[in-house]
Design a protein around this ligand. Structure first.
Ligand SMILES: [Fe+2]
Ligand SMILES: [Fe+2]
Length: 197
Protein backbone atom coordinates (compact mmCIF):
# COMPACT_ATOMS: atom_id res chain seq x y z
CA UNK A 1 0.00 0.00 0.00
CA UNK A 2 1.22 3.49 -0.76
CA UNK A 3 0.16 6.64 1.06
CA UNK A 4 0.76 9.97 -0.61
CA UNK A 5 1.45 13.04 1.44
CA UNK A 6 1.98 16.72 1.07
CA UNK A 7 3.82 19.16 3.26
CA UNK A 8 3.91 22.91 3.29
CA UNK A 9 6.52 24.45 5.52
CA UNK A 10 8.79 27.44 5.75
CA UNK A 11 12.25 26.68 4.56
CA UNK A 12 15.40 28.37 3.41
CA UNK A 13 16.09 27.18 -0.03
CA UNK A 14 18.31 26.97 -3.05
CA UNK A 15 21.34 28.81 -1.75
CA UNK A 16 19.71 32.18 -2.40
CA UNK A 17 19.22 32.81 1.30
CA UNK A 18 15.58 33.45 0.64
CA UNK A 19 13.15 32.10 3.17
CA UNK A 20 10.02 31.03 1.41
CA UNK A 21 7.21 28.78 2.30
CA UNK A 22 7.42 25.66 0.27
CA UNK A 23 5.60 22.41 0.07
CA UNK A 24 7.18 19.05 0.12
CA UNK A 25 5.42 16.00 -1.04
CA UNK A 26 6.06 12.37 -1.67
CA UNK A 27 4.81 8.95 -0.90
CA UNK A 28 5.19 6.47 1.91
CA UNK A 29 5.33 2.89 0.83
CA UNK A 30 4.64 0.08 3.25
CA UNK A 31 7.91 -1.34 4.49
CA UNK A 32 10.10 1.40 3.11
CA UNK A 33 11.67 4.59 4.34
CA UNK A 34 10.35 7.56 2.44
CA UNK A 35 10.86 9.13 -0.20
CA UNK A 36 11.66 11.65 -2.90
CA UNK A 37 9.71 14.44 -4.44
CA UNK A 38 8.19 12.93 -7.58
CA UNK A 39 9.11 15.90 -9.75
CA UNK A 40 11.94 17.99 -8.37
CA UNK A 41 13.58 15.31 -6.18
CA UNK A 42 14.16 17.55 -3.20
CA UNK A 43 15.09 15.90 0.11
CA UNK A 44 12.30 14.92 2.44
CA UNK A 45 11.60 14.06 6.01
CA UNK A 46 9.03 11.54 5.00
CA UNK A 47 7.51 10.29 8.22
CA UNK A 48 7.22 13.84 9.53
CA UNK A 49 5.53 14.86 6.29
CA UNK A 50 3.00 12.11 6.70
CA UNK A 51 2.18 13.21 10.24
CA UNK A 52 2.10 16.83 9.18
CA UNK A 53 -0.30 16.32 6.35
CA UNK A 54 -2.61 14.06 8.22
CA UNK A 55 -2.64 15.57 11.68
CA UNK A 56 -1.63 19.25 11.61
CA UNK A 57 -4.71 21.46 12.05
CA UNK A 58 -5.73 23.30 8.90
CA UNK A 59 -5.51 26.73 10.58
CA UNK A 60 -1.77 26.16 11.11
CA UNK A 61 -1.33 25.03 7.51
CA UNK A 62 -3.08 28.19 6.40
CA UNK A 63 -0.51 30.32 8.22
CA UNK A 64 2.19 28.73 6.10
CA UNK A 65 1.04 30.45 2.93
CA UNK A 66 3.79 32.02 0.84
CA UNK A 67 4.52 35.64 1.64
CA UNK A 68 6.18 38.63 0.00
CA UNK A 69 9.34 39.59 1.85
CA UNK A 70 11.41 42.77 1.76
CA UNK A 71 14.24 41.02 -0.06
CA UNK A 72 11.78 40.32 -2.90
CA UNK A 73 11.35 44.04 -3.56
CA UNK A 74 12.59 45.34 -6.91
CA UNK A 75 12.38 48.93 -5.68
CA UNK A 76 9.45 49.81 -7.96
CA UNK A 77 6.09 50.10 -6.21
CA UNK A 78 4.04 49.23 -9.27
CA UNK A 79 5.95 45.97 -9.76
CA UNK A 80 6.16 45.08 -6.05
CA UNK A 81 2.37 45.46 -5.84
CA UNK A 82 1.96 43.16 -8.84
CA UNK A 83 4.25 40.55 -7.26
CA UNK A 84 2.15 40.69 -4.08
CA UNK A 85 -1.01 40.17 -6.08
CA UNK A 86 0.62 37.25 -7.95
CA UNK A 87 1.48 35.62 -4.60
CA UNK A 88 -2.09 36.20 -3.38
CA UNK A 89 -3.47 34.34 -6.40
CA UNK A 90 -0.98 31.47 -5.94
CA UNK A 91 -2.02 31.16 -2.29
CA UNK A 92 -5.66 31.21 -3.28
CA UNK A 93 -4.99 28.41 -5.74
CA UNK A 94 -3.00 26.33 -3.23
CA UNK A 95 -5.76 26.77 -0.70
CA UNK A 96 -8.43 25.72 -3.20
CA UNK A 97 -6.45 22.57 -4.05
CA UNK A 98 -5.85 21.75 -0.37
CA UNK A 99 -9.53 22.13 0.35
CA UNK A 100 -10.65 20.05 -2.63
CA UNK A 101 -12.60 22.86 -4.23
CA UNK A 102 -14.59 22.16 -7.36
CA UNK A 103 -13.02 22.09 -10.81
CA UNK A 104 -15.02 25.20 -11.69
CA UNK A 105 -13.44 27.08 -8.79
CA UNK A 106 -9.97 25.88 -9.74
CA UNK A 107 -10.55 26.79 -13.39
CA UNK A 108 -11.59 30.27 -12.36
CA UNK A 109 -8.44 30.78 -10.25
CA UNK A 110 -6.22 29.37 -13.00
CA UNK A 111 -7.77 31.85 -15.43
CA UNK A 112 -7.05 34.63 -12.96
CA UNK A 113 -3.45 33.44 -12.56
CA UNK A 114 -2.97 33.22 -16.34
CA UNK A 115 -4.39 36.70 -16.98
CA UNK A 116 -2.40 38.20 -14.14
CA UNK A 117 0.81 36.59 -15.38
CA UNK A 118 0.20 38.08 -18.87
CA UNK A 119 -0.46 41.50 -17.37
CA UNK A 120 2.52 41.42 -15.00
CA UNK A 121 5.02 40.08 -17.52
CA UNK A 122 3.87 42.70 -20.05
CA UNK A 123 4.53 45.42 -17.46
CA UNK A 124 8.11 44.26 -16.89
CA UNK A 125 8.73 43.78 -20.60
CA UNK A 126 7.45 47.28 -21.38
CA UNK A 127 10.22 48.66 -19.16
CA UNK A 128 12.81 46.29 -20.65
CA UNK A 129 12.05 47.73 -24.09
CA UNK A 130 11.88 51.29 -22.81
CA UNK A 131 15.28 51.05 -21.10
CA UNK A 132 16.94 48.70 -23.63
CA UNK A 133 17.60 46.27 -20.76
CA UNK A 134 20.52 43.91 -21.54
CA UNK A 135 18.87 40.83 -20.05
CA UNK A 136 15.56 41.35 -21.86
CA UNK A 137 15.77 38.40 -24.22
CA UNK A 138 16.64 35.85 -21.52
CA UNK A 139 14.04 37.27 -19.15
CA UNK A 140 11.26 37.26 -21.76
CA UNK A 141 12.05 33.62 -22.53
CA UNK A 142 11.57 32.80 -18.81
CA UNK A 143 8.25 34.62 -18.80
CA UNK A 144 7.18 32.55 -21.78
CA UNK A 145 8.17 29.35 -19.92
CA UNK A 146 6.11 30.35 -16.89
CA UNK A 147 3.09 31.17 -19.06
CA UNK A 148 3.36 27.74 -20.66
CA UNK A 149 3.59 26.12 -17.21
CA UNK A 150 0.41 27.83 -16.09
CA UNK A 151 -1.38 26.62 -19.23
CA UNK A 152 0.00 23.12 -18.62
CA UNK A 153 -1.16 23.12 -14.99
CA UNK A 154 -4.62 24.19 -16.05
CA UNK A 155 -4.83 21.38 -18.57
CA UNK A 156 -3.88 18.90 -15.82
CA UNK A 157 -6.87 19.79 -13.70
CA UNK A 158 -8.56 16.66 -14.94
CA UNK A 159 -6.03 14.70 -12.87
CA UNK A 160 -6.52 14.10 -9.20
CA UNK A 161 -5.94 16.86 -6.65
CA UNK A 162 -2.72 15.44 -5.19
CA UNK A 163 -1.06 15.24 -8.57
CA UNK A 164 -2.07 18.82 -9.25
CA UNK A 165 -0.61 19.83 -5.88
CA UNK A 166 2.76 18.35 -6.84
CA UNK A 167 2.78 20.33 -10.07
CA UNK A 168 1.79 23.51 -8.29
CA UNK A 169 4.64 23.14 -5.79
CA UNK A 170 7.09 23.04 -8.67
CA UNK A 171 5.51 26.07 -10.26
CA UNK A 172 5.55 28.06 -7.01
CA UNK A 173 9.18 27.23 -6.44
CA UNK A 174 10.09 28.11 -10.02
CA UNK A 175 8.38 31.42 -9.76
CA UNK A 176 9.30 32.39 -6.19
CA UNK A 177 12.85 31.17 -6.03
CA UNK A 178 14.10 31.16 -9.59
CA UNK A 179 12.14 34.11 -10.88
CA UNK A 180 11.09 36.56 -8.18
CA UNK A 181 14.13 36.15 -5.96
CA UNK A 182 16.66 35.75 -8.73
CA UNK A 183 15.66 36.73 -12.27
CA UNK A 184 13.62 39.83 -11.36
CA UNK A 185 16.41 41.08 -9.09
CA UNK A 186 18.69 41.35 -12.13
CA UNK A 187 16.80 44.32 -13.60
CA UNK A 188 16.76 46.30 -10.33
CA UNK A 189 19.93 48.26 -11.15
CA UNK A 190 18.83 49.07 -14.71
CA UNK A 191 15.38 50.29 -13.62
CA UNK A 192 16.94 52.34 -10.84
CA UNK A 193 19.39 53.99 -13.23
CA UNK A 194 16.43 55.06 -15.37
CA UNK A 195 14.75 56.67 -12.37
CA UNK A 196 11.93 54.14 -11.95
CA UNK A 197 10.72 53.80 -8.38
FE1 LIG B 1 9.96 38.70 -14.49
FE1 LIG C 1 8.07 39.71 -11.94
Amino acid sequence: MQVRFLLRAHTSHGGHGVAVSTRVCGALSAGSIPVGHPHCKKPLIGAFCFLYYNYLPSNIKKNMAITFKEEHSVGVKEIDDQHKQFIAILNELADAIDNNKTKETLAHIFDELGSYAEFHFATEEKYFDMFSYDGAEEHKAKHQELKEKIADLKSKMADNQVSLSFELIDFMEDWLIDHLANMDQKYVQCFKEHGLS
